[in-house]
Design a protein around this ligand. Structure first.
Ligand SMILES: [Zn+2]
Length: 149
């Protein structure tokens, strides 16, 4: 689950999966965004924006969009976006963990590059980058076929 602002949760409670019609669960929301409403003039006029969620349904395994019409007129698109961003960075260091620098040390990178330089065959190279035996065999197999023998 991605961190969702508390005000966004009520917009999910009455939603159903558009594909299988099962009830939705905020846990399976994979993205949240806003969209200006200008092009949606036929909808009842409330706020300026449409709120949408990308949803990965656990029942039918389909990815769909859920759309909501936030009814707080005073909630500007900018405020809404800022609030979504704040929630991301506040909740359990989510943003920090995802965006932070790699934990691999320079030494490890150097050793890795050295290992790559020293490998003598394609197979050895695959092993170093962590390819498992099964995949290596498959790659070798297809290479043999490519050679036409
Ligand atoms: Zn579904």
């Amino acid at each position: 689950m991605i961190p969702l602002p508390r005000w966004a949760l009520p917009y999910l409670t009455d939603k159903k999966c558009p594909v299988c019609d099962r009830e939705t669960n905020p846990r399976y929301v994979e993205a949240i965004g806003i969209k200006e409403k200008k092009s949606y003039t036929r909808l009842p006029k409330k706020g300026e924006v449409i709120l949408f969620f990308e949803y990965h349904c656990p029942h039918c395994d389909k990815r769909t969009f859920l759309v909501a019409d936030p009814d707080d007129e005073n909630f500007s698109p900018k405020d809404m976006m800022q609030n979504i961003l704040d929630t991301f960075s506040e909740k359990s260091g989510y943003a920090k963990n995802k965006v932070s620098k790699s934990k691999i040390t320079n030494k490890e990178v150097e050793r890795f590059i050295k290992d790559l330089d020293s490998c003598e065959s394609h197979e050895e190279f695959l092993r170093i980058i962590g390819t498992d035996d099964k995949s290596i065999n498959r790659i070798n197999e297809s290479k043999r076929k490519d050679d036409g023998r």
